[in-house]
Design a protein. Structure first.
Length: 110
């Protein structure tokens, strides 16, 4: 079963979206992802496994480049518009490439 949480407002979206995803954890899922608009750029992060795996990656991303918008203290930008999704794979197994949100293919991508 999938869950979707979105936020658009005056506060940084990521914390609000992650809190919403935590509230959906009881439903079961195998991957989670978030997307936040930051400085007119769509920043995404996704991870197979529990929400804690995604939060760890976001934290590492913030620590690796603290000057970058994408590496804000919350890991993926301080944008005020964001969406999060938990996914329960019903097809295609559980590969790391399938967590959502997804983005359009770019040149050279599979």
């Amino acid at each position: 079963m999938c869950g979707i949480v979105g936020y658009a407002g005056a506060r940084p979206a990521l914390g609000i979206v992650l809190d919403g995803l935590r509230r959906l954890e009881y439903r079961g899922y195998d991957s989670a992802g978030v997307a936040v608009v930051c400085d007119d750029e769509l920043l995404t992060e996704k991870k197979a496994g529990k929400l804690a795996n995604l939060e760890k990656v976001l934290s590492e991303r913030a620590a690796s480049n603290p000057e970058d918008c994408a590496a804000s203290p919350i890991g993926i930008g301080d944008g005020t518009t964001g969406i999060g999704h938990t996914r329960w794979a019903t097809t295609a197994g559980r590969p790391t490439a399938t967590p959502t949100p997804t983005s359009p293919p770019t040149a050279g991508s599979p």
